[in-house]
Ligand binder design. Structure first.
Ligand code: CUA
Length: 351
């Protein structure tokens, strides 16, 4: 069922759960502006006619009307506070992703989008399942870009050196454009400073020759909202991040690191307290632990790279509920590279 509105003259189709709220405040401000404009211009025209210069009439100053002054100051304040409240509420809703969101990493660069899915596969077009909250964790490799999908009513800047986040839940199967909404440069010269041709092509959809002159305007991609089955098929097709290496007859760096981590787990004695089978020893089993939400004596944590590293270097920082803080620190006994390898190993121990 599609409970959302189709495209109108002013606004594109609604495709997300947030869209009706955004459109409501848009139309509220639009119609308020129409009413104010018509009212003010009508009064202006009427008074201009009523008090026009005529023979036998002398202009009289009207003086000050305190009640009127206060009235037309206070009344708009209520309207403005209401608009701010509605706008801020929408901003918060857009910023706080539900706990069951699927995380998709977004990498922006001059001039392309890359989307990385939970299974490690990636694509240059965004595929998502319908009726599933999607949290985008976005980062830029160079300059400021802005992720924008009109039908979702989602737009957020992607800034180098930090992660920005935004979420959405698509309400029906379909597709829409992904634009970059921040001017992020362009290139019109090639190697050696040669002028690249902006030659018109015969294809009306691609009026300039692609891959020669590129820039902000070419940073376009597509969003595909799919059924759960189609999305699963898509995920399978982009497969394991190791596939590309294996197909090229090379060793997958992730696999190499994980194998190295498995050896370290033995030599450093991790396995004395942590099993990889799901069974409980002194510490939590590593099986399927990566990506899990755990409660600790310092509150909830999500088991990610940062938490694993912290737990190795500073084991008592956040102790998982139900366990004793008896693990010694490995600070000074383990290199950064070894930390990465142990983390890669833990990541590979899926449920
Ligand atoms: Cu990226 Cu404009």
């Amino acid at each position: 069922m599609n409970e959302n509105a189709p495209a109108t003259f002013q606004l594109p189709e609604q495709m997300s759960t947030l869209a009706p709220q955004v459109d409501w405040i848009y139309y509220f401000i639009f119609w308020l502006s129409v009413v104010m404009f018509v009212g003010i211009v009508s009064a202006m025209v009427f008074f201009a006619w009523k008090y026009r210069e005529r023979p036998g009439h002398k202009a009289e100053p009207t003086g000050h009307n305190m009640t009127l002054e206060i009235g037309w100051t206070i009344a708009p304040v209520f309207v403005l506070v209401f608009m701010f409240h509605k706008g801020f509420e929408g901003y918060l809703n857009l910023s706080v992703a539900p706990a069951n969101s699927m995380i998709v990493k977004v990498n922006a660069k001059q001039w392309a989008w890359e989307f990385v899915y939970p299974n490690g596969g990636s694509s240059d077009e965004l595929h998502v399942p319908v009726h599933q909250p999607i949290k985008l964790v976005m980062d830029s490799a160079d300059v400021i870009h802005s992720f924008y999908v009109p039908a979702l009513r989602v737009k957020r800047d992607v800034v180098p050196g930090m992660f920005s986040m935004v979420w959405f839940e698509a309400t029906h199967v379909g597709h829409d454009d992904i634009f970059c909404a921040e001017y992020c440069g362009g290139r019109s010269t090639g190697p050696g400073g040669t002028e690249l041709p902006y030659a018109p092509s015969d294809d009306p959809l691609h009026p300039y020759i692609a891959g020669q002159a590129t820039g902000h305007w070419s940073m376009h991609s597509m969003l595909y909202v799919e059924s759960k089955e189609d999305f699963d098929k898509f995920l399978k097709s982009i497969g394991d991040p190791c596939d590309a290496y294996v197909n090229a007859g090379k060793d997958c760096p992730l696999k190499v690191a994980a194998d190295q981590g498995a050896k370290l787990a033995q030599s450093k004695g991790c396995v004395a307290c942590h099993t990889t089978t799901g069974a409980r020893l002194v510490g939590p089993s590593w099986k399927g632990i990566f990506g899990k939400q755990e409660s600790t004596d310092k509150g909830g944590v999500s088991v990610d790279e940062a938490y694993i590293k912290e737990s190795i270097l500073d084991p008592n920082a956040k102790i998982v509920t139900g366990y004793q803080g008896v693990m010694p620190t490995f600070r000074g006994q383990i290199s950064d590279a070894e930390l990465d390898e142990i983390t890669a190993y833990i990541k590979s121990l899926k449920d």
